[in-house]
Write a protein that binds this ligand. Structure first.
Ligand code: URA
Length: 300
């Protein structure tokens, strides 16, 4: 048995560094599982859910677990404490419905932020450090919606403050906009571990809060930064290359007038493909013209 305070060997340290480099930077289970250390299994097989055995974490032989793995707390329905008295039994449609009711009960941006702080329906909250709600001027006429917080956003609790954010700031400055003249948020409010793509369920659980943010703020123009935000809120399956540069009409759920919307490439993509910055420049020039025209509400 390895003492709890033992220094990791060089091989273990190298292994952990490799995981970190691959983006695996946190544990998702409440307790670790040593898949390759089960001396009871002659072939080091992965355990089958429901097989009744659990790999030992050290060399000590363990009795078979009394419950199948599938009955572990993380796998079954969970009772989640929600703000505003809502406590669903854990089915994802209940959780999404709870998110809708909670978001609808908020009439200010501050109330929405507070509601999200107490909301337990998104599993990402358990691995993230901070809620990343929004940044900028809540009275701005232009709202930008990105994808999900990255590592720096997770540390600071603000969207677009890492490398992508620095490029976005420069792009906005080129058309005379800054954090004090825009509102920036994301389709997802907590960082997905290792910056992985958010799942459909994570997007669906956060969506009512994004939609309510739009309803409360009633911006004159929305800019979807990247395909995920655009597809989620415009209800399309098209890729960002086909979506960008066009004028869309976002219909708020509260019956207020449609809002003109532009889709642009995500700055993380532009950092990898700088040759595409030209198209984003064109998209931002179009947004700037919409702002100058004051014709933002004129979608027919
Ligand atoms: N990428 C996003 O989409 N949002 C952020 O806040 C940061 C990076």
């Amino acid at each position: 048995m390895v003492p709890a305070d033992a220094e990791p060997s060089g091989a273990v340290t190298a292994w952990l560094h490799w995981y970190a480099a691959m983006g695996v930077d946190c544990c998702l289970h409440d307790s670790p599982t040593a898949f390759f250390n089960d001396r009871q299994s002659s072939h080091f097989d992965l355990p089958h859910p429901g097989s009744g055995t659990r790999p030992a974490l050290d060399d000590t032989p363990r009795p078979p677990a009394s419950r199948p793995l599938a009955a572990e707390p993380a796998a079954g329905p969970v009772s989640l404490p929600f703000g505003h008295g809502y406590a669903p039994n854990g089915s994802s449609s209940d959780i999404i419905q709870g998110a809708r009711s909670l978001a609808a009960s908020c009439s200010t941006i501050d109330a929405l932020r507070t509601a999200l702080e107490s909301f337990e329906g998104c599993a990402l909250k358990r691995t993230a450090n901070r809620l990343c709600f929004g940044d900028g001027n809540p009275a701005a006429s232009i709202m930008l919606i990105g994808e999900a917080p990255g590592a720096e956003e997770d540390r600071q609790g603000k969207p677009f403050v890492g490398p992508s954010g620095r490029l976005l700031d420069r792009m906005l400055a080129a058309i005379g906009l800054g954090r004090e003249t825009v509102w920036i948020t994301n389709a997802i409010f907590w960082r997905p571990p290792g910056n992985r793509t958010p799942t459909a369920n994570e997007i669906a659980v956060c969506q009512p809060f994004v939609e309510r943010q739009i309803e409360i703020m009633a911006p004159e123009i929305i800019v979807f930064v990247g395909g995920i935000a655009a597809r989620t809120l415009l209800g399309t399956r098209e890729g960002v290359t086909r979506l960008r540069g066009r004028r869309f009409s976002y219909e708020p759920g509260d019956g207020k007038p449609a809002i003109p919307a532009m889709v642009m490439f995500h700055p993380a993509y532009l950092l990898r493909q700088p040759a595409r910055k030209k198209e984003s420049w064109q998209d931002l020039m179009t947004v700037s013209e919409w702002l100058e025209d004051g014709a933002m509400r004129s979608i027919h």
